[in-house]
Design a protein. Structure first.
Length: 219
């Protein structure tokens, strides 16, 4: 199918770009599913999302739930946007808050399964659901998440490739998180390999057209 390109919008433009009820609803669903996918990966005990290796490691040493650590880390990452001259949108702020809440609720509702086959199922479901969730919230075109914006900000400021900047950031957070006690495993590797192609495949179906000239496409 023909892909609807992602627009390069400022925070105010994002709200004036039309189809706001649909875009906001899609954003909220995407953020909720993202938190659920993180919870499934954690409950699998077979490896966490790269940033969750750091979140989990920090939660082991702080009087906070992992969801609370996710929220706190999100706002700390937003501080790094300041020298990059990144402007957060509504989706950025909701991302910083709601994913952590959805994660904690999932961890309350879902226990670690005893059977290995179920844990493997949690990994597969978590990766697939995360790809869907990522395409949903990116496709809503209401602003990147804190960690996405950090990556794109560094790409813009340094001229380096997205692949290099994203890989460098994720290797760094995984290494720090692993040293703090985060769980690295087959789920972490599967996520790293699969999330890009999954998101790429789903974005054409889930990107909501907006009523402004388009200048940037998802590649």
């Amino acid at each position: 199918m023909t892909q609807t390109p992602l627009a390069n919008l400022g925070p105010a433009q994002q709200l004036r770009a039309g189809r706001l009820p649909r875009r906001l609803g899609q954003l909220l669903v995407g953020l909720a599913l993202y938190g659920v996918s993180m919870g499934l990966m954690i409950r699998s005990t077979l490896g966490q999302l790269p940033w969750d290796v750091l979140h989990y490691g920090l939660a082991l040493h702080l009087p906070l739930s992992i969801g609370q650590v996710v929220v706190a880390t999100s706002f700390l990452v937003l501080l790094l946007w300041i020298p990059l001259r990144q402007a957060p949108g509504l989706g950025t702020v909701l991302n910083a808050v709601l994913i952590g809440v959805a994660l904690d609720l999932t961890l309350v509702a879902v226990a670690v399964p005893d059977a290995l086959v179920v844990r493997v199922g949690f990994v597969l479901a978590g990766v697939l659901l995360n790809g869907l969730a990522t395409a949903l919230y990116i496709g809503a075109q209401l602003g990147p998440g804190p960690r996405d914006g950090l990556m794109t900000g560094w790409v813009r400021r340094t001229g380096l490739s997205v692949r290099l900047v994203r890989t460098s950031l994720e290797v760094l957070v995984v290494a720090i998180g692993w040293l703090l006690g985060g769980v690295v495993g087959i789920g972490t590797v599967l996520y790293a390999v699969a999330i890009g192609p999954l998101t790429q495949a789903l974005l054409p179906w889930l990107t909501v057209p907006v009523d402004v000239p388009v200048s940037v496409e998802w590649r």
